[in-house]
Design a protein around this ligand. Structure first.
Ligand code: AMP
Ligand code: ZN
Length: 113
């Protein structure tokens, strides 16, 4: 499949993987926008948040749990961090595989859009 994140999951392209379980994998963003910039994704190819069924919504809670663990491990849990999910073209989503950004390590802009 022509999906860069599925290729990371399949280890077809290299990435700095920090976490994985049966459902979720997390790695460093290749073009970091903050000193800590991680990507948390489901292993299953779900194109975007708007493709997530109600039955699958617990996945988001599990992704947040992974992000919280990684924030602790990265030493940014106390200083603070931002979790963001871009959805669709006007939401700023470039990679069509549902993903959560974890940004931290500097004062982030209060502006979100
Ligand atoms: P978005 O704009 O929400 O779709 O974000 C996609 C993110 O994926 C961007 O921050 C990219 O830098 C990141 N990205 C794209 N390709 C890779 C890759 N091969 N390894 C790690 N991160 C990537
Ligand atoms: Zn994919």
């Amino acid at each position: 499949m022509d999906c860069v994140f599925c290729q990371i999951i399949a280890r077809e392209i290299p990435s700095d993987i920090l976490y994985q379980d049966e459902e979720i994998i997390a790695f460093r963003d290749i073009n970091p926008q903050a000193p800590t910039h991680l990507i948390i994704i489901p292993k299953r190819h779900i194109p975007s948040l708007s493709h997530l069924s109600e039955a699958e919504s617990s996945l988001i809670g599990n992704m947040v749990n992974v992000a919280n663990q990684l924030a602790k491990r990265e030493g940014v849990a106390e200083s603070g961090y931002r979790l963001a999910i871009n959805c669709g073209e006007q939401g700023g989503q470039l990679v069509s595989h549902l993903h959560m950004h974890l940004l931290a390590g500097r004062q982030l802009s209060p502006q979100l859009g």
